[in-house]
Write a protein that binds this ligand. Structure first.
Ligand code: MG
Length: 419
């Protein structure tokens, strides 16, 4: 009996050992795999998606790119490749990536064809934007929607003015694939246009000139909550802007950011008609966007009594996902149905996170209805909507560490939006 027990234990030990070595073998079965491949052009990273033995860029390289640098390549254990970080690869032709496993001598071939955008800029592609019923269409009459960024208030010493630089516009266009920026010129508050015209106009001109240079759209925004009190100043300002920029397809005028709770038909509409008439004297065709009551949420009031004195007019809708949900989308859908065109010149996510289901719902709504939108805002102030971490470079070229969670959410949207 004792002897048999000993044999049994011995047998069990042998079996256990066998199982163990089986385990060991299964976890170390050598694979020969391309795990990830990232390319780089001009400091911007272009990730690829690998499916089967094909790697594909998640977004096209910039127009006219002929070569791209291998930024990083990740392989399975004991695997080497015929390309390495730092190598330059040609755009347009299929490239074979040959992997070799030193343990098994297995060879595996992957392929990638690097592609570049086939148009120079979004403005070259779409031209002057116009409203057509409730839609905004391009030069060919096709509906178009843009995704981009609003700058912060331009006011002296408010903190956001340091990002009113040409390199920030070009970095947003190049790395974020932003197709529209918005210069939010503070008016009546401290340090705004009324107290320092030269400094604020110069900031706006910096952004507009850079946008024209980069081929992206740009909104010139009279960023006020009380614009009806400064109508003459608005007329004077927009006459200057129309004279300077009326010939450029890039430019959109936004004549009132967020009116408060004032009458559309008695106060806002007359203000808008007067400013629009002044612009149209100089610039007959560029789009004009008009703010709506209650922080640009009452698009229903504009829809009930739209401006008919001029054409190419859209109306402002703003949303911040913490407050503005399905009820505002329903209101906006009804306004569209009644025939007016909408433009989201400002929106904000919940902040401090890339996970915001309400933002996803809004973006779905924008895609469905072909609505353009600018994310608030390009700034490093500690608040939920800033896209930059404190002290982020005022010349763009931002690392991921210089971009907030809200900024990364915004960048994911702009990078994947282009049409
Ligand atoms: Mg024009």
């Amino acid at each position: 009996m004792k002897f048999n027990f000993f044999i049994l234990v011995l047998l069990l030990c042998v079996l256990l050992d066998a199982c163990k070595s089986d385990d060991k073998e299964s976890t170390t079965t050598p694979v020969t795999e391309l795990m990830s491949l990232d390319m780089e052009v001009g400091g911007s990273i272009f990730n690829t998606e690998i499916s089967g033995t094909t790697a594909e860029l998640k977004r096209d390289l910039p127009y006219n790119t002929t070569t791209a640098k291998v930024k990083a390549i990740q392989l399975s254990d004991n695997t080497t490749a015929n390309i390495k970080a730092g190598d330059m690869l040609n755009v347009g032709e299929p490239i074979s990536i040959v992997l070799t496993n030193s343990k098994t001598n297995e060879e595996k071939n992957y392929s990638i064809t690097l592609t570049a955008r086939n148009y120079a800029s979004i403005v070259e592609k779409h031209g002057l934007l116009k409203t057509d019923g409730n839609q905004i269409v391009n030069k060919d009459g096709d509906p178009v929607s843009l995704a981009g960024n609003s700058f912060f208030w331009s006011n002296n010493s408010w903190g956001g003015e340091k990002y009113y630089t040409a390199p920030v516009v070009s970095w947003l266009a190049f790395d974020w694939e932003t197709t529209i920026v918005r210069a939010a010129m503070g008016v009546d508050e401290s340090g705004g246009y009324l107290s320092d015209k030269e400094a604020n106009i110069n900031r706006v001109k910096t952004i507009v000139d850079a946008a024209i240079d980069q081929g992206v759209y740009v909104i010139i925004d009279w960023h006020s909550h009380h614009a009806e009190d400064y109508e003459d100043d608005a007329i004077d300002f927009f006459k200057q802007m129309a004279t300077l920029y009326g010939e450029y397809d890039n430019v959109i005028y936004e004549i009132y950011n967020e009116p408060l709770n004032i009458s559309w038909s008695d106060k806002l509409k007359p203000y808008a008609e007067n400013v629009i008439a002044a612009i149209r004297d100089i610039d007959a065709d560029n789009m004009i966007v008009v703010g709506t009551p209650e922080w640009s949420q009452r698009v229903d009031l504009a829809a009930a009594d739209p401006i008919t004195s001029s054409t190419n007019i859209a109306y402002t809708l703003h949303f911040y996902t913490v407050n503005h949900k399905q009820w505002l989308r329903d209101r906006a859908t009804a306004a569209l149905s009644s025939g007016i065109a909408l433009f989201i010149t400002e929106w904000g996510s919940i902040g401090y996170t890339q996970v915001d289901p309400e933002t996803n719902l809004w973006m779905d709504w924008c895609r469905t209805n072909k609505i353009s939108h600018c994310n608030w805002s390009v700034n490093d102030k500690v608040e939920e909507w800033s896209i930059l971490s404190q002290g982020a470079n005022t010349a763009g070229n931002w690392t991921d560490g210089e971009i907030t969670q809200a900024g990364q959410l915004s960048r994911n949207i702009t990078r994947s939006w282009q049409e």
